[in-house]
Design a binder for this molecule. Sequence first.
Ligand code: AMP
Length: 125
Amino acid sequence: MPVDATLPYDDQNIFAKILRGEIPNKTVYEDDFALAFHDINPQAPTHILVIPKGAYVSWDDFSSNAGEAEIAGFVRAVGKVAREAGYVEPGYRLLANTGPDSHQEVPHLHVHIFAGEPLGPMLAR
Ligand code: AMP
């Protein structure tokens, strides 16, 4: 079910459960602001999700309501994960689905990192 990104945060969403350690994940990076783990249904040779540790429904919620340190920490974590995986030189793609038209499915902000092969056009048409 696509997410209504205007709804309040639901602390029973699957990524909230991952953050609380109630559901396993394949962690690739963690710091005070972010957790990065492999997507369970990868759409590219490398498909990593980076989520903020704070309770934010979407990019809209995060960019409106997160503090400066949280925003800086999260953005730096996304860059660090891609850099440390070696994807700066070959390139990578970031995606943050927000709301129904984007098909956002999990109501906790996540940035997808896709990499590992030429990724093709930006959007399927
Ligand atoms: P989105 O459509 O942008 O909300 O993407 C949600 C992503 O979460 C999809 O790529 C799913 O494959 C992924 N996903 C859902 N559940 C899990 C999980 N338990 N562990 C890792 N990735 C998950």
